[in-house]
Design a protein around this ligand. Structure first.
Ligand code: C2E
Ligand code: CA
Ligand code: CA
Length: 679
């Protein structure tokens, strides 16, 4: 109960209580000492009176003079305190008696005073006086009354004094209390309490103020920390969002972002009555680069490619990396769907420019498949898969191309699945066979060798051409096995021909994947040893792609191949880069002019002049020249007239199975003989 009182009342109560206790003790002491003094004074008075009387009254006993004795006793009447007085003889028998009132016996409350009555030295009786304390009690009461009055008056004074005094203690505390309440309610830490005293409470207030200042500081610091943390968290959340929707390597969008934005793409296209196109880009020789130069260079290239892509399209188009070397570009707001092809070509042109990475020059090309919304699909899945089919079509067309989706592609996609899964089995089941195409001397038309070209004799689909399955073999790494297989078959063939007296050199095609390490040398050596074929009967054809990505490694492998005695040819020369550097620095036995080159020589003046230039250069470098894809005799004679060494093409013979090739070869030999003898 006391605990719940306000501090003010506690202080007043405490002061009052303490004062009351003090007053009580003081008054009691005063009362009892005063009372004791009164009593002492009374006793002295009585004793004095008794002494005086005792000296005279003894004689009355001697003389048995009762009346005198009583007269003497009656002198006590002057003192109202004496109520009864007796004189007894020496036998203690009553002799004289005095009473102030009618009573004959003393009241029980009276105090007895006794004195021996002597005459000379002899005790003759006794005097007994009974004294009433009424007088003292009355005076005591008066005293008590006075004490009470003083007590009351001083209490009142103390109360008012306490009322004022408590202020000294309680005001600073109440101030503090008020302030702390205000701070709690307003969170305003700039408020300060007034320091009202220079004592402990004053210190308390100062400390309180200091504490407030500290809390204020800390509050500010916390607030700024919280603000900083919030900004940090927001940016982190943004980063997470970004990461979820973007490709980490290139910073381009990823499939998730495309999927998320697809609905709004569709809506916007519908609203504006426009179309959009999906371009699926796959780099043609990326796997080789990655395998031969390592992932770091591969990554660098992907980043550089993504920059080129950004440069090739408009700001509102979306570019995403779907994984590996596969990119998707969404061309927005197409009024004219054919524009997609223009952009695709622009992308391919931009990609074809040299990439300068880590002190290296890299060349890449890409193949692009295009599908259009809404004609080729209305959802992302069908648009993507149709663009994918078109992309494979572009690859089959010879890469570095773009193709737009059409319904006929569906069939091809079916085969793609088959190729992906069936190729390894086909290899072990002997479904892969070599066709041969002759290579003739440009002037004498004598057969100087042949090229082995692989075919898949598919049990359901019939004859499948290499362009349809080589890309998968390159993708899944089966290509080196396939090329080794082709080389072994070719060697066995050489051996059989040799046995039948028709020994002919055979050219085999080696994919760039063979040049990633030196193991290919062992493979070639083993096959030569196994079959016993003379190394110079083997010509290995490689494309420029082999050299572009890791020229040093490829050069080492090529040199090692040459050291075995095997011949090396640079295939498809002029199709992509026609780099004269390679011709100068690498000692190929011959270059093979790409058939796209050859096809234009008569119709296109520029091609003709270019071929003349290349031939002149090759002659200077003492490198043989094979023209492939020769389809007409006009082409054949143009090439021969311009210094081309060898010819290969449909105009002589298409690639055919071995038996067919041999029968053609036999008749061609006799024909040539006839021709020669007739000349
Ligand atoms: P390639 O090495 O450039 O082979 C020449 C291609 O031109 C062959 O196509 C051949 O049939 C075709 N050809 C020959 N003469 C003519 C002609 O007068 N006109 C036209 N239009 N074409 C002609 P094929 O057999 O379809 O081979 C395509 C490509 O597949 C080859 O191009 C070669 O790069 C690759 N290839 C073939 N066999 C193998 C192999 O065993 N290993 C590897 N890695 N690649 C191979
Ligand atoms: Ca070839
Ligand atoms: Ca070729």
């Amino acid at each position: 109960m006391f605990h719940r009182w306000k501090i003010k009342y506690k202080l007043i109560a405490t002061m009052m209580l303490v004062t009351a206790l003090g007053m009580f003790l003081v008054s009691s002491a005063f009362y009892f000492t005063s009372y004791g003094a009164l009593e002492k004074r009374l006793h002295n008075r009585i004793n004095t009176q008794m002494d005086i009387l005792a000296q005279n009254i003894g004689a009355t006993l001697l003389f048995l003079d009762e009346s005198s004795a009583e007269e003497m006793l009656s002198s006590f009447a002057v003192d109202p305190a004496i109520v009864v007085a007796k004189v007894n003889d020496d036998n203690d028998a009553p002799f004289a008696f005095y009473s102030s009132g009618p009573e004959t016996a003393p009241p029980a409350s009276a105090t007895e005073f006794v004195r021996d009555l002597k005459v000379g030295e002899e005790v003759v009786g006794g005097l007994k006086v009974y004294v009433s304390h009424r007088e003292i009690v009355e005076q005591g009461n008066q005293l008590f009354l006075q004490s009470v009055v003083i007590f009351i008056i001083s209490s009142v004074v103390v109360f008012f004094a306490a009322l004022r005094m408590q202020n000294v203690f309680s005001r600073p505390i109440l101030e503090l209390d008020k302030l702390s309440q205000e701070v709690t309610e307003t969170n305003n830490y700039t408020l300060r309490a007034k320091v009202l005293a220079d004592d402990e409470i004053g210190n308390l207030t100062s400390h309180f103020n200091m504490m407030m200042a500290q809390i204020g500081e800390r509050d500010k610091m916390l607030e700024s920390q919280v603000r900083a943390r919030t900004i940090e968290l927001e940016s982190l959340a943004e980063q997470f969002r970004h990461r979820a929707f973007h490709d980490e390597l290139t910073g381009l969008a990823n499939r998730a972002l495309l999927t998320e934005q697809f609905d709004s793409l569709v809506k916007s296209a519908r609203r504006k009555g426009k179309s959009f196109a999906i371009l699926l880009l796959d780099l043609d020789n990326f796997k080789t680069i990655n395998d031969t130069l390592g992932h770091n260079v591969g990554d660098e290239l992907l980043m550089a490619v993504s920059k080129r892509l950004v440069q090739s399209v408009r700001g509102d188009d979306i570019i995403a990396r779907l994984g590996g070397d596969e990119f998707m570009v969404v061309l927005n707001n197409l009024t004219n769907p054919e524009d997609a092809e223009l952009v695709a070509q622009k992308i391919l042109d931009n990609l074809r420019r040299d990439f300068f990475l880590s002190n290296r020059t890299l060349h890449v090309t890409g193949s692009i498949g295009i599908s259009l919304y809404p004609v080729h699909g209305e959802d992302l899945v069908s648009l993507s898969s149709n663009a994918d089919m078109a992309m494979y079509q572009a690859k089959q067309m010879g890469r570095n191309m773009h193709a737009i989706f059409h319904q006929g592609l569906g069939l091809d996609s079916e085969f793609r699945m088959l190729a992906q899964t069936g190729l390894r089995k086909a290899l072990s089941k002997g479904e892969l066979v070599l066709f041969y195409q002759p290579k003739l001397d440009a002037h004498s038309h004598e057969v100087v060798g042949c090229e082995a070209l692989i075919r898949w004799q598919h049990p359901q689909r019939g004859l499948v051409f290499p362009d349809e399955f080589i890309p998968y073999a390159e993708e899944n790494g089966l290509i080196t096995e396939l090329d080794t297989y082709a080389l072994r078959q070719a060697c066995q063939q050489i051996k059989w021909w040799e046995e039948s007296g028709n020994a002919l050199p055979v050219a085999v095609n080696f994919s760039p994947h063979n040049f990633a390490d030196m193991q290919v040398i062992d493979r070639i050596k083993n096959i030569l040893d196994e079959t016993g074929v003379e190394p110079s009967f083997i010509e290995i054809e490689v494309t420029e792609a082999t050299l572009i990505n890791n020229a040093k490694q490829a050069t080492d492998v090529l040199n090692a191949i040459r050291e075995l005695g095997v011949k090396t040819y640079l295939d498809d020369f002029g199709m992509r880069y026609a780099s004269l550097e390679y011709l100068k620095n690498l000692h190929f036995d011959a270059i093979k002019l790409d058939r796209s080159f050859v096809s234009g020589i008569l119709s296109d003046e520029k091609s003709g002049r270019l071929i003349q230039g290349i031939i002149a250069l090759a002659q200077q470098l003492k490198v043989g020249i094979v023209a492939e894809g020769v389809e007409t005799m006009e082409q054949a004679s143009f090439l021969a007239d311009n210094g081309c060494d060898y010819l290969q093409g449909y105009c002589f013979l298409k690639p055919v199975p071995e038996t067919e090739f041999m029968s053609w070869y036999s008749s061609h030999k006799t024909e040539a003989k006839v021709l020669m003898s007739s000349r």
